[in-house]
Design a binder for this molecule. Structure first.
Ligand code: NAD
Length: 285
């Protein structure tokens, strides 16, 4: 059996269309252009492409996206001051930090300073707490992307065995909460897990975000599983994910490719969150 290949670009296009319609309505009602600022510290070639794609997506849906750039040796205090100014600027409706940030700066500290209502990435401790407790409001973009794909495919998560390979703050931890909120049974594997096969071979849904090419081979995947590959790795042969796509697609029921799977949906989910922060600002919450 060959798996159904999920077209992330199509899903992203549908999301952008809906967002464009809603942004257009809100703009004409409130006469305010949604404006989002991304803080960039130093130059990171790997994040430039993502940023360019996201800026293009913003343009397409009518969101104004600008960048606030700092040298890589800037102090944490200066960046925090800049975030505080953006927090109180009524013309800015959302704030993002471009990762990675240099070592002298704490990513967590920056996230905790962004006002929760302008927190496009949903990584501020207040928004993370809401996600964890089931009172979901602004959900981190990558977990939201995985959830959006599962919802698009009408997957009922209740009672499903789900395995996540990733325990980072931006992917694995919030994704675990989202899946538990929907009554899935979730196992989280990571670099210190003794034998991932023990878990992956039982997974109805396998979500991997390790950044290791060919980590997921056919022999460790359950027959007919839904395999979602979040990993993005640049190799000599181009961009790939964690999954050995050609062999796993012969065993899985559904599978996301890399590129063209989770990535474009994540960018569209970032627009979803921008719409939320814009509405938060308009409604004064
Ligand atoms: P990270 O380095 O913070 O986390 C990597 C995770 O993988 C950790 O939990 C680590 O323990 C685990 N891991 C690493 N090697 C492993 C192994 N051999 N076996 C099992 N677990 C292993 O990275 P991150 O920021 O969470 O991103 C992870 C991957 O997802 C990267 O490839 C990144 O480019 C990609 N990513 C993709 C999107 C998207 O939209 N598609 C968004 C964010 C991140």
């Amino acid at each position: 059996m060959t798996a159904k290949i999920i077209n992330g670009r199509e899903i992203a296009k549908e999301i952008r269309k809906k967002i464009f319609e809603e942004v257009t309505k809100l703009k004409s009602k409130h006469k305010v252009v949604p404006t989002i600022t991304t803080i960039k510290i130093g130059k990171d070639p790997s994040s430039e492409l993502y940023l360019k794609l996201r800026d293009n997506a913003c343009k397409e849906v009518g969101i104004n996206s600008n960048h606030l750039e700092f040298e890589k040796n800037i102090s944490e205090d200066k960046v925090i001051n800049a975030i505080n100014e953006l927090n109180s600027n009524v013309n800015i409706h959302g704030i993002l930090i471009q990762y990675p940030v240099p070592n002298q700066i704490s990513q967590d500290k920056l996230m905790s300073v962004i006002h929760p209502k302008k927190d496009v990435e949903g990584l501020n401790p207040y928004n993370m707490g809401r996600t964890l407790s089931g009172d979901e409001h602004i959900i981190p973009c990558t977990p939201l992307s995985v959830l959006t794909i599962l919802e698009h495919e009408n997957v009922d998560l209740k009672g499903k065995d789900v395995v996540i390979i990733n325990h980072s703050n931006i992917v694995g931890k919030p994704l675990t909460a989202l899946l538990l909120n929907r009554n899935a049974t979730v196992a989280v594997c990571h670099v210190f897990t003794k034998e991932i096969k023990q878990y992956t071979s039982k997974a109805d849904i396998l979500i991997t975000a390790a950044g290791i090419p060919k980590l997921i081979t056919k022999d460790i995947v359950k027959e007919n599983a839904f395999v979602i590959d979040v990993g993005i790795v640049k190799t000599n042969e181009g961009i790939c994910g964690d999954v050995d796509f050609n062999e796993v697609k012969e065993k899985a029921g559904r599978i996301t490719p890399v590129p063209g799977g989770v990535g474009p949906v994540t960018i569209a989910c970032s627009l979803k969150n921008m719409l939320k922060t814009y509405k938060n600002c308009l409604e004064g919450t």
